[in-house]
Unconditional design. Sequence first.
Length: 363
Amino acid sequence: MSQNHYGSHSAAKPIDAEVSITGSEEFLKYVQERKGTTHSNVFLAQDDKMLRIKEIIGQIKDTNVSVLISGESGTGKEVIAQAMHRASNRFDNPFVAINCAALPANLLESELFGYEKGAFTGAHQRHLGKFEQASGGTLLLDEVTEMDLNLQAKLLRALQEREIERLGGSGPIAINTRIVATTNRDIVKAVSEGKFRQDLFYRLYVIHMEVPPLRQRPLDVELLADHFLKEFSKQFNKPNTYLTTDAKAKLLSHSWPGNVRELHNVIQRSILLAPNDAISSRDLPIEEEKAIESGEWKTLMPIGRALKELETAFILETLKHHSGNRTHAARTLGISLRTLRNKINEYTAEGLEVTAPTTGRAS
């Protein structure tokens, strides 16, 4: 078998986003020269940690090393992956993404590796998997920690040997695809609990970027809010819309549990629903955050209800709170997206009402 670019027996030392390196200005110049790609549609940032991530992208843009991007849901991990692709010499080839948490193991395997005609019932023609669809480009494995352990082994082999085999295939197929993986979970903990392969972890952890949550990036809140304001003001033909001082103060005081995605939606709804051009704090659809006073929780305890019933009610209310967003709800509940989906399937089968995603997407 062929060896990969960093050898088959040695592990490369990870570069962490905390490390300050040079190359940010060079990266931005490079990106701006690529078919009109601009700084703003790569990703905006003023926070030091985010600027260092940009620097890392500038340093590794034309390498083929695997990259792991970790961080809470909604922090912009896919945006960073797309920025890496646009900045690289793979720019003219496909950027392909697949959500590892959204598909059952058998379907995910066929989607990743493809299959030959007749490989299984219903395989009426050859299907190229994501690895081949992203040939010469970048493959994003979103929420890679949700992948089945058996499938993790097959992914590891593909990364090590730089080749795959379609389901029902007769031999290996060489691949030229850069792998970027993301996770919103503690991957080190997943490894220690036996839920994620240690060898695959080290294979992906060559370059690690940890994206801080928006609540830890106050400099980015107003920057991103202004960017979204311009975007939606143009889209909705409201060119004179602006945020008042008290609106900006409210944005800065919010903890943003949904991160950049939540801020994006808040600004979008504000522009649509504000009665005039000035968006004040009253126009921002942000729920007030109230801490439960010491001892108050006792009055909320539903004594007499079965534990299973409480669990069901809690999960359904959490889904409702997050407007049906499965990813956000799973993070709040501290469970995997796969576990939450199984619960939802149970509730649906029981005829219970489950809040659907407002955007029509499950995560």
